[in-house]
Design a protein around this ligand. Structure first.
Ligand code: C2E
Ligand code: MG
Ligand code: MG
Length: 579
Protein backbone atom coordinates (compact mmCIF):
# COMPACT_ATOMS: atom_id res chain seq x y z
CA UNK A 1 0.00 0.00 0.00
CA UNK A 2 2.78 2.44 0.96
CA UNK A 3 4.64 1.56 -2.20
CA UNK A 4 1.63 2.14 -4.39
CA UNK A 5 0.80 5.51 -2.85
CA UNK A 6 4.41 6.65 -3.09
CA UNK A 7 4.74 5.56 -6.72
CA UNK A 8 1.43 7.20 -7.68
CA UNK A 9 2.55 10.53 -6.22
CA UNK A 10 5.91 10.33 -7.97
CA UNK A 11 4.17 9.65 -11.33
CA UNK A 12 1.74 12.57 -10.91
CA UNK A 13 4.50 14.92 -9.76
CA UNK A 14 6.59 13.90 -12.80
CA UNK A 15 3.60 14.57 -15.10
CA UNK A 16 3.08 18.01 -13.54
CA UNK A 17 6.81 18.73 -13.98
CA UNK A 18 6.80 17.70 -17.65
CA UNK A 19 3.70 19.84 -18.34
CA UNK A 20 5.32 22.79 -16.57
CA UNK A 21 8.44 22.31 -18.73
CA UNK A 22 6.28 23.15 -21.79
CA UNK A 23 6.02 26.70 -20.40
CA UNK A 24 7.51 28.96 -23.15
CA UNK A 25 8.97 31.20 -20.41
CA UNK A 26 11.62 28.58 -19.54
CA UNK A 27 15.12 29.30 -20.72
CA UNK A 28 16.74 26.29 -22.47
CA UNK A 29 18.93 25.11 -19.56
CA UNK A 30 16.21 25.56 -16.98
CA UNK A 31 13.71 23.67 -19.14
CA UNK A 32 16.10 20.71 -19.33
CA UNK A 33 16.63 20.88 -15.57
CA UNK A 34 12.86 20.64 -15.13
CA UNK A 35 12.65 17.69 -17.54
CA UNK A 36 15.51 15.98 -15.71
CA UNK A 37 13.78 16.46 -12.35
CA UNK A 38 10.56 15.01 -13.77
CA UNK A 39 12.34 12.00 -15.28
CA UNK A 40 14.12 11.51 -11.93
CA UNK A 41 10.71 11.39 -10.25
CA UNK A 42 9.49 8.79 -12.79
CA UNK A 43 12.59 6.67 -12.11
CA UNK A 44 11.85 6.89 -8.37
CA UNK A 45 8.32 5.59 -9.07
CA UNK A 46 9.84 2.62 -10.92
CA UNK A 47 12.27 1.89 -8.07
CA UNK A 48 9.41 2.05 -5.54
CA UNK A 49 7.24 -0.36 -7.55
CA UNK A 50 10.10 -2.82 -8.09
CA UNK A 51 11.71 -2.90 -4.63
CA UNK A 52 9.31 -1.01 -2.36
CA UNK A 53 7.37 -4.11 -1.17
CA UNK A 54 10.58 -5.36 0.48
CA UNK A 55 11.45 -2.11 2.27
CA UNK A 56 10.89 -1.70 5.95
CA UNK A 57 8.62 1.15 7.08
CA UNK A 58 11.71 3.17 8.08
CA UNK A 59 13.14 2.98 4.58
CA UNK A 60 10.22 5.10 3.29
CA UNK A 61 11.68 8.18 4.99
CA UNK A 62 14.30 8.34 2.24
CA UNK A 63 11.99 8.56 -0.84
CA UNK A 64 9.61 10.94 0.97
CA UNK A 65 12.46 13.28 2.00
CA UNK A 66 14.03 13.04 -1.49
CA UNK A 67 10.70 13.97 -3.08
CA UNK A 68 10.55 17.08 -0.87
CA UNK A 69 14.08 17.94 -2.04
CA UNK A 70 13.04 17.56 -5.71
CA UNK A 71 10.04 19.85 -5.18
CA UNK A 72 12.16 22.55 -3.48
CA UNK A 73 14.59 22.43 -6.43
CA UNK A 74 11.70 22.68 -8.91
CA UNK A 75 10.38 25.79 -7.12
CA UNK A 76 13.83 27.38 -7.16
CA UNK A 77 14.36 26.82 -10.92
CA UNK A 78 10.82 27.98 -11.89
CA UNK A 79 11.04 30.95 -14.32
CA UNK A 80 7.87 32.68 -13.14
CA UNK A 81 5.69 32.91 -10.01
CA UNK A 82 2.84 30.78 -11.47
CA UNK A 83 5.12 27.82 -12.22
CA UNK A 84 6.78 28.20 -8.79
CA UNK A 85 3.37 28.05 -7.06
CA UNK A 86 2.34 24.98 -9.12
CA UNK A 87 5.58 23.24 -8.12
CA UNK A 88 5.08 24.27 -4.47
CA UNK A 89 1.56 22.76 -4.36
CA UNK A 90 3.16 19.36 -5.00
CA UNK A 91 4.32 19.61 -1.36
CA UNK A 92 0.75 18.52 -0.50
CA UNK A 93 1.77 15.04 -1.76
CA UNK A 94 4.53 15.02 0.87
CA UNK A 95 2.06 16.05 3.58
CA UNK A 96 -0.32 13.23 2.62
CA UNK A 97 2.50 10.65 2.36
CA UNK A 98 4.06 11.57 5.71
CA UNK A 99 0.77 11.66 7.59
CA UNK A 100 -0.28 8.37 6.01
CA UNK A 101 2.95 6.43 6.49
CA UNK A 102 4.66 7.56 9.67
CA UNK A 103 4.09 7.89 13.42
CA UNK A 104 2.83 11.28 14.59
CA UNK A 105 6.22 12.77 15.69
CA UNK A 106 7.98 11.70 12.48
CA UNK A 107 5.05 12.80 10.31
CA UNK A 108 5.13 16.21 12.05
CA UNK A 109 8.88 16.47 11.41
CA UNK A 110 8.42 15.74 7.68
CA UNK A 111 5.57 18.26 7.56
CA UNK A 112 7.60 21.03 9.25
CA UNK A 113 10.59 20.43 6.93
CA UNK A 114 8.36 20.28 3.85
CA UNK A 115 6.42 23.44 4.68
CA UNK A 116 9.61 25.27 5.73
CA UNK A 117 11.42 24.20 2.54
CA UNK A 118 8.45 25.15 0.35
CA UNK A 119 8.00 28.61 1.90
CA UNK A 120 11.73 29.34 1.88
CA UNK A 121 12.06 28.28 -1.78
CA UNK A 122 9.06 30.42 -2.81
CA UNK A 123 10.54 33.47 -1.06
CA UNK A 124 13.99 32.82 -2.55
CA UNK A 125 12.50 32.39 -6.01
CA UNK A 126 11.98 36.15 -5.82
CA UNK A 127 8.84 36.76 -7.90
CA UNK A 128 6.24 35.16 -5.60
CA UNK A 129 4.60 37.63 -3.19
CA UNK A 130 5.25 36.69 0.45
CA UNK A 131 1.53 36.43 1.33
CA UNK A 132 0.98 33.92 -1.54
CA UNK A 133 3.85 31.81 -0.20
CA UNK A 134 2.36 31.94 3.30
CA UNK A 135 -1.17 31.21 2.02
CA UNK A 136 0.00 27.78 0.81
CA UNK A 137 1.14 26.80 4.33
CA UNK A 138 -2.31 26.19 5.92
CA UNK A 139 -3.48 24.35 2.79
CA UNK A 140 -0.62 21.85 2.97
CA UNK A 141 -0.97 21.43 6.74
CA UNK A 142 -4.74 20.93 6.45
CA UNK A 143 -4.28 18.20 3.84
CA UNK A 144 -1.85 16.38 6.15
CA UNK A 145 -4.10 16.72 9.20
CA UNK A 146 -7.21 15.49 7.42
CA UNK A 147 -5.29 12.55 5.95
CA UNK A 148 -4.07 11.61 9.42
CA UNK A 149 -7.62 11.66 10.82
CA UNK A 150 -8.94 9.50 7.99
CA UNK A 151 -6.06 7.02 8.34
CA UNK A 152 -6.70 6.63 12.08
CA UNK A 153 -10.41 6.02 11.48
CA UNK A 154 -9.83 3.56 8.68
CA UNK A 155 -7.10 1.60 10.49
CA UNK A 156 -9.26 1.34 13.64
CA UNK A 157 -11.55 -0.96 11.67
CA UNK A 158 -8.70 -3.34 10.89
CA UNK A 159 -6.81 -3.22 14.24
CA UNK A 160 -7.24 -5.30 17.35
CA UNK A 161 -7.71 -2.79 20.20
CA UNK A 162 -6.08 -5.00 22.88
CA UNK A 163 -2.79 -5.86 21.19
CA UNK A 164 -2.62 -3.17 18.51
CA UNK A 165 -2.04 -5.92 15.93
CA UNK A 166 -4.05 -6.24 12.72
CA UNK A 167 -7.40 -7.97 13.26
CA UNK A 168 -9.00 -10.56 10.99
CA UNK A 169 -10.04 -7.90 8.48
CA UNK A 170 -6.56 -6.33 8.44
CA UNK A 171 -5.04 -9.77 8.03
CA UNK A 172 -7.33 -10.67 5.11
CA UNK A 173 -6.47 -7.40 3.34
CA UNK A 174 -2.75 -7.96 3.86
CA UNK A 175 -3.03 -11.57 2.66
CA UNK A 176 -4.65 -10.48 -0.61
CA UNK A 177 -1.94 -7.88 -1.17
CA UNK A 178 0.88 -10.30 -0.40
CA UNK A 179 -0.61 -12.99 -2.64
CA UNK A 180 -0.67 -10.50 -5.52
CA UNK A 181 2.91 -9.43 -4.76
CA UNK A 182 4.08 -13.07 -4.52
CA UNK A 183 2.42 -13.92 -7.85
CA UNK A 184 4.24 -10.96 -9.44
CA UNK A 185 7.66 -11.50 -7.88
CA UNK A 186 7.63 -15.31 -7.75
CA UNK A 187 8.99 -15.15 -4.19
CA UNK A 188 7.73 -17.64 -1.57
CA UNK A 189 5.10 -16.72 1.00
CA UNK A 190 4.38 -18.70 4.16
CA UNK A 191 1.31 -18.50 6.35
CA UNK A 192 1.13 -19.53 10.00
CA UNK A 193 -1.79 -20.03 12.38
CA UNK A 194 -1.01 -19.93 16.10
CA UNK A 195 -3.20 -20.93 18.99
CA UNK A 196 -2.32 -20.57 22.70
CA UNK A 197 -2.56 -23.89 24.53
CA UNK A 198 -5.16 -24.10 27.30
CA UNK A 199 -5.75 -20.36 27.26
CA UNK A 200 -9.21 -20.84 28.74
CA UNK A 201 -7.58 -22.26 31.85
CA UNK A 202 -5.53 -19.06 32.28
CA UNK A 203 -8.71 -16.99 32.04
CA UNK A 204 -10.63 -19.28 34.37
CA UNK A 205 -7.88 -19.58 36.95
CA UNK A 206 -6.43 -16.04 36.97
CA UNK A 207 -9.12 -13.86 35.42
CA UNK A 208 -9.45 -12.05 32.11
CA UNK A 209 -6.89 -9.38 32.99
CA UNK A 210 -4.22 -12.05 33.36
CA UNK A 211 -5.41 -13.54 30.07
CA UNK A 212 -5.08 -10.13 28.40
CA UNK A 213 -1.54 -9.80 29.73
CA UNK A 214 -0.61 -13.16 28.21
CA UNK A 215 -2.03 -12.10 24.83
CA UNK A 216 -0.13 -8.80 24.94
CA UNK A 217 3.09 -10.56 25.94
CA UNK A 218 2.80 -12.91 22.96
CA UNK A 219 2.02 -9.97 20.65
CA UNK A 220 5.06 -8.01 21.94
CA UNK A 221 7.55 -10.87 21.70
CA UNK A 222 6.50 -11.86 18.20
CA UNK A 223 6.31 -8.33 16.85
CA UNK A 224 9.78 -7.49 18.04
CA UNK A 225 11.29 -10.67 16.56
CA UNK A 226 9.57 -10.82 13.17
CA UNK A 227 11.41 -9.65 10.06
CA UNK A 228 10.39 -6.48 8.18
CA UNK A 229 7.40 -7.11 5.93
CA UNK A 230 5.88 -9.85 8.13
CA UNK A 231 2.22 -9.38 9.07
CA UNK A 232 1.19 -10.53 12.54
CA UNK A 233 -2.50 -10.44 13.41
CA UNK A 234 -4.84 -11.47 16.19
CA UNK A 235 -7.70 -13.34 14.62
CA UNK A 236 -9.79 -13.29 17.79
CA UNK A 237 -9.68 -15.01 21.19
CA UNK A 238 -6.32 -16.74 21.59
CA UNK A 239 -5.74 -17.22 17.85
CA UNK A 240 -3.04 -15.39 15.97
CA UNK A 241 -2.05 -15.51 12.31
CA UNK A 242 1.18 -14.64 10.60
CA UNK A 243 2.29 -13.99 7.02
CA UNK A 244 5.94 -14.30 6.11
CA UNK A 245 6.68 -12.90 2.64
CA UNK A 246 9.96 -14.15 1.16
CA UNK A 247 10.15 -17.20 3.46
CA UNK A 248 9.65 -20.82 2.41
CA UNK A 249 7.61 -23.17 4.58
CA UNK A 250 10.71 -24.73 6.17
CA UNK A 251 12.30 -21.34 6.84
CA UNK A 252 8.98 -20.18 8.31
CA UNK A 253 8.91 -23.26 10.53
CA UNK A 254 12.44 -22.58 11.80
CA UNK A 255 11.55 -18.95 12.54
CA UNK A 256 8.32 -19.68 14.44
CA UNK A 257 10.04 -22.40 16.47
CA UNK A 258 12.77 -19.94 17.45
CA UNK A 259 10.31 -17.23 18.48
CA UNK A 260 7.98 -19.63 20.32
CA UNK A 261 10.99 -20.74 22.40
CA UNK A 262 11.48 -17.14 23.56
CA UNK A 263 8.38 -17.32 25.77
CA UNK A 264 8.53 -20.80 27.33
CA UNK A 265 5.99 -19.67 29.94
CA UNK A 266 3.31 -19.37 27.22
CA UNK A 267 2.85 -22.61 25.31
CA UNK A 268 1.36 -22.41 21.85
CA UNK A 269 0.70 -24.64 18.87
CA UNK A 270 1.49 -23.48 15.31
CA UNK A 271 0.60 -24.70 11.85
CA UNK A 272 2.91 -23.51 9.06
CA UNK A 273 2.42 -23.76 5.32
CA UNK A 274 3.80 -22.28 2.12
CA UNK A 275 1.69 -20.78 -0.63
CA UNK A 276 1.53 -22.90 -3.75
CA UNK A 277 1.16 -21.36 -7.20
CA UNK A 278 -2.46 -20.67 -8.16
CA UNK A 279 -3.78 -21.31 -4.67
CA UNK A 280 -6.44 -18.95 -3.24
CA UNK A 281 -6.21 -17.27 0.16
CA UNK A 282 -8.89 -19.62 1.52
CA UNK A 283 -7.05 -22.74 0.32
CA UNK A 284 -3.78 -21.53 1.82
CA UNK A 285 -5.34 -20.82 5.21
CA UNK A 286 -7.17 -24.16 5.17
CA UNK A 287 -3.82 -25.92 4.87
CA UNK A 288 -2.35 -23.80 7.69
CA UNK A 289 -5.38 -24.78 9.77
CA UNK A 290 -4.80 -28.45 9.02
CA UNK A 291 -1.17 -28.14 10.13
CA UNK A 292 -2.35 -26.41 13.34
CA UNK A 293 -4.81 -29.22 13.94
CA UNK A 294 -1.96 -31.74 13.54
CA UNK A 295 0.18 -29.78 16.01
CA UNK A 296 -2.59 -29.90 18.60
CA UNK A 297 -3.38 -33.55 17.97
CA UNK A 298 0.31 -34.44 18.42
CA UNK A 299 0.20 -33.08 21.96
CA UNK A 300 0.25 -29.26 21.62
CA UNK A 301 3.21 -27.00 22.39
CA UNK A 302 4.65 -27.65 18.94
CA UNK A 303 4.91 -26.17 15.46
CA UNK A 304 4.09 -28.35 12.47
CA UNK A 305 4.62 -27.90 8.77
CA UNK A 306 1.69 -28.75 6.54
CA UNK A 307 2.09 -32.35 5.31
CA UNK A 308 2.19 -31.39 1.62
CA UNK A 309 5.29 -29.29 2.17
CA UNK A 310 7.14 -31.94 4.09
CA UNK A 311 6.45 -34.68 1.57
CA UNK A 312 9.86 -34.54 -0.15
CA UNK A 313 11.59 -34.56 3.22
CA UNK A 314 9.29 -37.41 4.26
CA UNK A 315 10.28 -39.47 1.21
CA UNK A 316 13.96 -38.85 1.99
CA UNK A 317 13.42 -39.80 5.63
CA UNK A 318 11.61 -43.00 4.64
CA UNK A 319 14.56 -43.87 2.37
CA UNK A 320 17.05 -43.09 5.15
CA UNK A 321 15.15 -45.28 7.61
CA UNK A 322 14.98 -48.23 5.27
CA UNK A 323 18.69 -47.81 4.42
CA UNK A 324 19.55 -47.60 8.14
CA UNK A 325 20.97 -44.09 7.64
CA UNK A 326 19.36 -42.58 10.75
CA UNK A 327 21.97 -42.63 13.51
CA UNK A 328 21.47 -42.95 17.24
CA UNK A 329 23.54 -40.83 19.62
CA UNK A 330 23.62 -41.16 23.37
CA UNK A 331 23.75 -38.43 25.98
CA UNK A 332 24.99 -39.38 29.46
CA UNK A 333 22.89 -38.97 32.57
CA UNK A 334 24.75 -38.61 35.85
CA UNK A 335 23.98 -39.22 39.49
CA UNK A 336 24.67 -35.81 41.02
CA UNK A 337 25.78 -37.31 44.34
CA UNK A 338 29.04 -38.65 42.89
CA UNK A 339 29.07 -37.78 39.19
CA UNK A 340 28.79 -41.42 38.10
CA UNK A 341 27.14 -41.93 34.70
CA UNK A 342 24.17 -44.17 35.43
CA UNK A 343 22.24 -43.92 32.21
CA UNK A 344 21.97 -42.44 28.73
CA UNK A 345 19.26 -40.94 26.54
CA UNK A 346 19.06 -42.16 22.95
CA UNK A 347 18.63 -39.29 20.47
CA UNK A 348 18.05 -39.76 16.76
CA UNK A 349 20.35 -38.00 14.28
CA UNK A 350 19.78 -37.64 10.55
CA UNK A 351 22.34 -36.30 8.13
CA UNK A 352 20.44 -35.50 4.93
CA UNK A 353 22.60 -36.07 1.82
CA UNK A 354 21.90 -32.54 0.51
CA UNK A 355 20.57 -30.52 3.43
CA UNK A 356 23.14 -31.74 5.97
CA UNK A 357 22.13 -32.47 9.58
CA UNK A 358 18.35 -31.99 10.02
CA UNK A 359 17.34 -30.84 13.55
CA UNK A 360 15.54 -33.69 15.39
CA UNK A 361 12.37 -31.66 16.16
CA UNK A 362 12.03 -31.07 12.42
CA UNK A 363 12.39 -34.64 11.20
CA UNK A 364 10.41 -36.01 14.16
CA UNK A 365 7.53 -33.71 13.09
CA UNK A 366 7.87 -34.87 9.47
CA UNK A 367 7.85 -38.49 10.65
CA UNK A 368 4.74 -37.88 12.75
CA UNK A 369 2.84 -36.27 9.89
CA UNK A 370 3.75 -38.88 7.36
CA UNK A 371 3.20 -42.10 9.21
CA UNK A 372 6.92 -42.71 9.76
CA UNK A 373 7.12 -42.15 13.50
CA UNK A 374 6.60 -45.81 14.39
CA UNK A 375 9.45 -46.79 12.07
CA UNK A 376 11.72 -44.04 13.46
CA UNK A 377 11.09 -44.84 17.12
CA UNK A 378 11.37 -48.56 16.51
CA UNK A 379 14.70 -48.08 14.72
CA UNK A 380 16.05 -45.97 17.60
CA UNK A 381 14.86 -48.42 20.26
CA UNK A 382 16.24 -51.42 18.37
CA UNK A 383 19.68 -49.86 17.78
CA UNK A 384 19.93 -48.43 21.31
CA UNK A 385 18.76 -51.60 23.09
CA UNK A 386 21.06 -53.79 21.01
CA UNK A 387 24.10 -51.59 21.69
CA UNK A 388 23.40 -51.05 25.38
CA UNK A 389 22.24 -54.52 26.42
CA UNK A 390 24.91 -55.60 28.87
CA UNK A 391 26.59 -52.16 29.12
CA UNK A 392 27.50 -51.48 32.75
CA UNK A 393 28.05 -48.34 34.77
CA UNK A 394 31.20 -47.88 36.86
CA UNK A 395 29.18 -49.32 39.76
CA UNK A 396 28.58 -52.48 37.78
CA UNK A 397 24.84 -51.98 37.14
CA UNK A 398 23.12 -52.24 33.79
CA UNK A 399 23.06 -48.77 32.17
CA UNK A 400 19.59 -47.18 32.15
CA UNK A 401 18.38 -46.24 28.67
CA UNK A 402 15.94 -43.40 27.96
CA UNK A 403 14.08 -43.40 24.64
CA UNK A 404 11.73 -40.72 23.38
CA UNK A 405 8.24 -41.78 22.36
CA UNK A 406 5.99 -39.63 20.24
CA UNK A 407 2.43 -39.05 21.48
CA UNK A 408 1.17 -40.35 18.14
CA UNK A 409 3.05 -43.61 18.54
CA UNK A 410 1.79 -44.09 22.08
CA UNK A 411 -1.81 -43.80 20.85
CA UNK A 412 -1.32 -46.56 18.30
CA UNK A 413 -3.06 -49.77 19.32
CA UNK A 414 -0.58 -52.54 19.99
CA UNK A 415 2.32 -50.23 20.90
CA UNK A 416 3.00 -51.91 24.30
CA UNK A 417 3.04 -55.32 22.63
CA UNK A 418 5.46 -54.17 19.90
CA UNK A 419 7.81 -52.61 22.44
CA UNK A 420 7.89 -55.76 24.56
CA UNK A 421 8.69 -57.79 21.44
CA UNK A 422 11.63 -55.44 20.74
CA UNK A 423 12.93 -55.91 24.27
CA UNK A 424 12.72 -59.67 23.88
CA UNK A 425 14.52 -59.47 20.52
CA UNK A 426 17.40 -57.33 21.80
CA UNK A 427 17.68 -58.80 25.31
CA UNK A 428 17.54 -55.38 26.95
CA UNK A 429 16.05 -55.63 30.49
CA UNK A 430 12.64 -53.89 30.69
CA UNK A 431 13.28 -52.41 34.15
CA UNK A 432 16.22 -50.37 32.76
CA UNK A 433 14.27 -48.87 29.89
CA UNK A 434 12.75 -45.42 30.44
CA UNK A 435 10.08 -44.13 28.07
CA UNK A 436 10.30 -40.35 27.75
CA UNK A 437 6.98 -38.70 26.95
CA UNK A 438 6.25 -34.99 27.05
CA UNK A 439 3.66 -33.78 29.52
CA UNK A 440 1.62 -32.38 26.65
CA UNK A 441 1.06 -35.96 25.47
CA UNK A 442 -0.51 -36.86 28.77
CA UNK A 443 -2.37 -33.56 28.87
CA UNK A 444 -3.84 -34.25 25.44
CA UNK A 445 -6.47 -36.30 27.24
CA UNK A 446 -5.68 -39.40 25.29
CA UNK A 447 -6.90 -42.33 27.31
CA UNK A 448 -5.13 -44.69 24.88
CA UNK A 449 -1.77 -43.07 25.59
CA UNK A 450 -2.26 -43.14 29.34
CA UNK A 451 -3.49 -46.78 29.21
CA UNK A 452 -0.38 -47.75 27.20
CA UNK A 453 1.87 -46.15 29.83
CA UNK A 454 0.07 -48.00 32.64
CA UNK A 455 0.38 -51.30 30.74
CA UNK A 456 4.11 -50.83 30.16
CA UNK A 457 4.77 -49.88 33.77
CA UNK A 458 3.20 -53.11 34.94
CA UNK A 459 5.87 -55.05 32.99
CA UNK A 460 8.65 -53.06 34.66
CA UNK A 461 9.40 -50.15 32.29
CA UNK A 462 9.79 -46.68 33.75
CA UNK A 463 8.09 -43.55 32.43
CA UNK A 464 9.69 -40.11 32.46
CA UNK A 465 7.81 -36.88 31.84
CA UNK A 466 10.13 -35.06 29.43
CA UNK A 467 10.51 -31.27 29.27
CA UNK A 468 8.48 -31.02 32.47
CA UNK A 469 7.25 -27.51 33.25
CA UNK A 470 6.62 -26.36 29.69
CA UNK A 471 2.91 -27.28 29.75
CA UNK A 472 0.24 -26.12 32.17
CA UNK A 473 -1.48 -28.88 34.01
CA UNK A 474 0.93 -31.34 35.45
CA UNK A 475 1.74 -29.71 38.77
CA UNK A 476 -1.83 -30.24 39.91
CA UNK A 477 -1.69 -33.82 38.64
CA UNK A 478 1.81 -34.71 39.81
CA UNK A 479 0.43 -37.39 42.10
CA UNK A 480 -1.73 -39.05 39.45
CA UNK A 481 0.64 -39.02 36.46
CA UNK A 482 1.61 -42.51 35.29
CA UNK A 483 5.28 -41.60 35.77
CA UNK A 484 8.40 -42.53 37.75
CA UNK A 485 10.71 -39.72 36.72
CA UNK A 486 10.37 -36.00 36.06
CA UNK A 487 12.79 -34.48 33.55
CA UNK A 488 12.87 -30.83 34.45
CA UNK A 489 12.94 -28.70 31.30
CA UNK A 490 16.13 -26.79 30.61
CA UNK A 491 14.31 -23.46 30.82
CA UNK A 492 14.20 -24.06 34.62
CA UNK A 493 17.86 -24.94 34.77
CA UNK A 494 19.16 -22.01 32.73
CA UNK A 495 18.76 -19.49 35.57
CA UNK A 496 18.97 -21.79 38.57
CA UNK A 497 22.38 -20.44 39.59
CA UNK A 498 21.46 -16.78 39.10
CA UNK A 499 17.87 -16.45 40.28
CA UNK A 500 17.14 -17.22 43.97
CA UNK A 501 13.41 -17.49 43.19
CA UNK A 502 14.07 -20.03 40.46
CA UNK A 503 16.35 -21.91 42.84
CA UNK A 504 13.64 -21.97 45.50
CA UNK A 505 11.10 -23.17 42.96
CA UNK A 506 13.30 -26.05 41.76
CA UNK A 507 14.14 -26.99 45.37
CA UNK A 508 10.43 -27.12 46.27
CA UNK A 509 9.64 -29.14 43.17
CA UNK A 510 12.46 -31.58 43.94
CA UNK A 511 11.26 -32.11 47.51
CA UNK A 512 7.65 -32.52 46.35
CA UNK A 513 8.74 -35.11 43.76
CA UNK A 514 10.85 -36.93 46.32
CA UNK A 515 7.84 -37.08 48.69
CA UNK A 516 5.83 -38.59 45.83
CA UNK A 517 8.57 -41.12 45.03
CA UNK A 518 9.51 -39.48 41.71
CA UNK A 519 13.13 -39.06 40.60
CA UNK A 520 14.09 -35.63 39.23
CA UNK A 521 16.48 -35.28 36.31
CA UNK A 522 17.55 -31.74 35.48
CA UNK A 523 17.93 -31.30 31.70
CA UNK A 524 20.21 -28.88 29.89
CA UNK A 525 22.89 -28.51 32.58
CA UNK A 526 25.58 -26.51 30.85
CA UNK A 527 27.87 -25.29 33.66
CA UNK A 528 29.54 -26.57 36.80
CA UNK A 529 27.73 -23.90 38.84
CA UNK A 530 24.33 -25.14 37.66
CA UNK A 531 25.29 -28.73 38.40
CA UNK A 532 26.50 -27.79 41.90
CA UNK A 533 23.40 -25.74 42.76
CA UNK A 534 21.09 -28.51 41.50
CA UNK A 535 22.88 -31.06 43.68
CA UNK A 536 22.63 -28.92 46.81
CA UNK A 537 18.92 -28.23 46.32
CA UNK A 538 17.98 -31.87 46.04
CA UNK A 539 17.98 -32.84 42.34
CA UNK A 540 19.22 -36.40 42.12
CA UNK A 541 20.25 -36.63 38.47
CA UNK A 542 21.38 -34.33 35.67
CA UNK A 543 21.86 -34.37 31.93
CA UNK A 544 23.39 -31.66 29.78
CA UNK A 545 26.42 -30.47 27.88
CA UNK A 546 28.44 -30.03 31.09
CA UNK A 547 28.14 -33.73 31.83
CA UNK A 548 28.44 -34.82 28.22
CA UNK A 549 27.07 -34.03 24.78
CA UNK A 550 25.12 -36.58 22.75
CA UNK A 551 27.71 -38.86 21.07
CA UNK A 552 27.85 -42.00 18.93
CA UNK A 553 28.02 -45.34 20.73
CA UNK A 554 31.64 -45.80 19.67
CA UNK A 555 32.71 -42.81 21.79
CA UNK A 556 30.37 -43.43 24.66
CA UNK A 557 32.08 -46.29 26.41
CA UNK A 558 35.50 -44.65 26.59
CA UNK A 559 34.29 -41.13 27.20
CA UNK A 560 32.09 -41.59 30.22
CA UNK A 561 33.37 -44.68 32.02
CA UNK A 562 30.78 -47.21 30.85
CA UNK A 563 31.89 -50.70 29.94
CA UNK A 564 30.65 -54.08 28.86
CA UNK A 565 31.06 -56.96 31.31
CA UNK A 566 32.77 -56.67 34.65
CA UNK A 567 33.30 -53.72 36.94
CA UNK A 568 36.05 -51.35 35.77
CA UNK A 569 36.50 -48.34 38.03
CA UNK A 570 37.94 -45.24 36.42
CA UNK A 571 38.45 -41.58 36.94
CA UNK A 572 34.92 -40.68 36.08
CA UNK A 573 35.08 -37.00 36.77
CA UNK A 574 37.85 -36.33 34.31
CA UNK A 575 36.33 -38.72 31.78
CA UNK A 576 32.98 -37.00 32.01
CA UNK A 577 34.52 -33.52 31.62
CA UNK A 578 36.39 -34.55 28.51
CA UNK A 579 33.16 -35.76 26.81
P1 C2E B 1 14.50 -34.19 24.46
O1 C2E B 1 14.00 -35.58 24.60
O2 C2E B 1 14.12 -33.21 25.53
O3 C2E B 1 16.08 -34.27 24.32
C1 C2E B 1 16.95 -33.36 24.90
C2 C2E B 1 17.40 -32.34 23.89
O4 C2E B 1 18.17 -31.35 24.54
C3 C2E B 1 18.33 -32.95 22.83
O5 C2E B 1 18.09 -32.23 21.64
C4 C2E B 1 19.70 -32.63 23.37
O6 C2E B 1 20.70 -32.61 22.37
C5 C2E B 1 19.45 -31.26 23.95
N1 C2E B 1 20.40 -30.95 25.02
C6 C2E B 1 20.96 -31.80 25.90
N2 C2E B 1 21.75 -31.15 26.78
C7 C2E B 1 21.68 -29.84 26.46
C8 C2E B 1 22.27 -28.65 27.02
O7 C2E B 1 23.03 -28.68 27.99
N3 C2E B 1 21.94 -27.47 26.45
C9 C2E B 1 21.09 -27.42 25.37
N4 C2E B 1 20.82 -26.23 24.84
N5 C2E B 1 20.52 -28.52 24.81
C10 C2E B 1 20.81 -29.71 25.36
P2 C2E B 1 17.90 -32.95 20.26
O8 C2E B 1 18.78 -34.13 20.13
O9 C2E B 1 17.95 -31.87 19.25
O10 C2E B 1 16.44 -33.52 20.36
C11 C2E B 1 15.35 -32.67 20.44
C12 C2E B 1 14.09 -33.41 20.69
O11 C2E B 1 13.76 -34.27 19.58
C13 C2E B 1 14.20 -34.35 21.89
O12 C2E B 1 14.01 -33.58 23.04
C14 C2E B 1 13.06 -35.30 21.60
O13 C2E B 1 11.83 -34.76 22.02
C15 C2E B 1 13.06 -35.39 20.09
N6 C2E B 1 13.74 -36.63 19.67
C16 C2E B 1 15.07 -36.87 19.52
N7 C2E B 1 15.26 -38.15 19.14
C17 C2E B 1 14.02 -38.73 19.07
C18 C2E B 1 13.55 -40.06 18.73
O14 C2E B 1 14.31 -40.99 18.46
N8 C2E B 1 12.18 -40.26 18.75
C19 C2E B 1 11.32 -39.26 19.09
N9 C2E B 1 10.01 -39.56 19.10
N10 C2E B 1 11.73 -38.03 19.41
C20 C2E B 1 13.06 -37.76 19.40
MG1 MG C 1 13.92 -36.82 25.91
MG1 MG D 1 13.75 -32.97 27.23
Amino acid sequence: MMTRILATFYVFAATAGLLAALNPGFAGRVRWAMVALSLGALACAGVAVRWGPRWSRHAFHVPVASAAGLIVTAVLVSPDPATAVVAATLMSFIAVDACFFFSLPLAALHLVLAVGGMTGALLLQGDVPAFVALALVPIVIALGTVTRGLVIRASGASRDPLTGLANRRGFDDALQELLTAAARSGEPLSAVLLDLDHFKRVNDASGHEAGDLVLCRVADVWQSELPAGAVFARQGGDEFALLLPGLSGTDGLTLVRRIAALHPEVSLSCGVTEHQRGETAAQLMRRADRALYNAKAAGRGRCELDGDMGSQLARDLADALSAGDVQVHFQPLVDLADGVVVGVEALARWNHPELGPVPPPEFVAVAEQNGLIAALDEHVVRVACTQLAGARTARGDQVTLGVNVSGRELCEPGYPRRLQALLAETGFPAEHLVLEVTETVIEADSSTAVAALHALRTVGLKVAIDDFGTGYSSLSRLDTLPADIIKLDRSFVATVDSSPRRQQMVASLASMCSALGLDVIAEGVETQEQSEVLRTIGCTHAQGWFHGRPMPFGQLLDAVGLHHGEFRPGDLTSAVRSA
